[in-house]
Design a protein around this ligand. Structure first.
Ligand SMILES: *Cc1c(COP(=O)(O)O)cnc(C)c1O
Length: 378
């Protein structure tokens, strides 16, 4: 059994993907070929935003977003501590200061209550400018944007949605990728919509921001790429990856629906005695980038994961270490205990197989083995 079944997906889409790749090989426009523009238009339609700008990966997308919003030294950017490293890395990389925020115990996403507390603290200290909030749609579940956007407005801050895992999610019919001043996503193979290499994209409704992003991604180009009006990056999506994504996007709604079927199956059949199944608030739809369970404590997690391993059921911990405890962020001088909920989650959470191609039988087998292991806990 695979943790994320990319092989079945390729088998299903093979003839269409192979044909698309060959079309690119034949026309030879390997960089910024017609498929890139076609994909950007299709993504904009799917998410319901005016502009999509593809780029080289999800980390670059975050960096480009920060650059386009002119965020740098002296700026505070609030983000969760329980997320993938890239979220805060991009903030640091542009010279701004990541200000970590604790998680919501139920959703694992950034906690609006704790966010407000930490905003007030930074404001009172008066050293950093309150500049932006960078929520993450962790494991595919959109962060609580109705609350977060209200807080952002109140303190006159920008919102950058890190939808690297969230693509396909929704709140009340509105799609992930449309909740911030800029949203970003990643097409890393294991993400809900992945390519066969690295890829990323930015989403915005703002014409000026879109123009800036298009400039920054090609060496700060002006009227053409040899007219350079600002310091930018080289961060384009390969035409071949765009071609692959076009075919994958066609089947994405079906895959998303399959993922949600698997999640419902897991939710309704997994026993809750020593494990908690993930909660999806009313009105929210997750893209189930990961299906993450929470064990009663770290020992239980370790035992259940070992049992699953013995039964050849893969499981993975996302994420065992909060960002405020990472060596690279030592300079921010946080200590253990600063984010009690996030720290608790990181010692207990683990993810089980999820993809758009898990059969009913496979899901049932996973359920059986997890329940068996869960029941053997004392
Ligand atoms: C994967 C991921 C990224 C980075 O995407 P890459 O394409 O790997 O650079 C950023 N943020 C989060 C939350 C992610 O999961």
């Amino acid at each position: 059994m695979q943790f994320i079944d990319l092989k079945s997906q390729y088998k299903h889409l093979k003839s269409r993907i192979d044909e698309r790749i060959h079309t690119v090989l034949d026309h030879g426009k390997y960089i910024m070929g017609p498929e890139v523009l076609e994909l950007e238009q299709k993504l904009a339609e799917y998410v319901g935003v005016k502009h999509v700008i593809t780029c080289a990966n999800g980390t670059d997308a975050l960096q480009l977003a920060l650059m386009a919003l002119n965020i740098g030294p002296g700026d505070a950017v609030f983000c969760p501590t329980f997320t993938f490293f890239a979220t805060a890395e991009a903030i640091s990389f542009v010279g701004a200061t990541p200000v970590f925020v604790d998680s919501d115990e139920e959703t694992f996403n950034i906690c609006p209550k704790d966010l407000r507390k930490r905003i007030i603290k930074i404001k009172d200290e008066g050293k950093l400018k309150l500049k932006a909030i960078m929520p993450v749609d962790l494991f595919g579940l959109p962060a609580d944007y109705p609350k977060l956007n209200k807080i952002a407005k109140e303190y006159n801050m920008l919102v950058i949605e890190d939808a690297a895992q969230g693509f396909g999610g929704e709140i009340d019919g509105q799609k992930a990728g449309s909740f911030g001043d800029i949203a970003t996503t990643s097409f890393f193979p294991a993400k809900p919509l992945g390519c066969y290499g690295d890829g990323g994209a930015l989403f915005t409704n703002d014409d000026d921001i879109a123009e800036l992003l298009r400039s920054y991604r090609v060496h700060g180009k002006g009227s053409d790429k040899y007219d350079n009006v600002r310091i930018g990056m080289n961060s384009r999506l390969d035409t071949i990856q765009a071609a692959i994504l076009l075919e994958k996007l066609t089947d994405f709604p079906q895959e998303l629906s399959n993922r949600n079927d698997v999640a419902r199956h897991y939710n309704s059949s997994l026993l809750n005695n020593f494990l908690l199944t993930p909660k999806t608030p009313t009105g929210f739809i997750s893209s189930w980038a990961q299906y993450s369970l929470r064990a009663e404590n770290s020992t239980t997690r370790q035992e259940i994961m070992q049992n699953l391993k013995n039964e050849e059921i893969p499981s993975v911990i996302y994420y065992a270490k909060c960002l405020h405890l990472q060596t690279a962020f030592k300079y921010l001088t946080y200590i253990e205990g600063d984010f009690p909920i996030a720290e608790k989650i990181s010692t207990r959470v683990f993810s089980i197989p999820m993809s758009g191609y898990i059969s009913k039988d496979t899901a049932s087998l996973v359920i059986k083995k997890v329940n068996k292991s869960n029941n053997s806990q004392s």
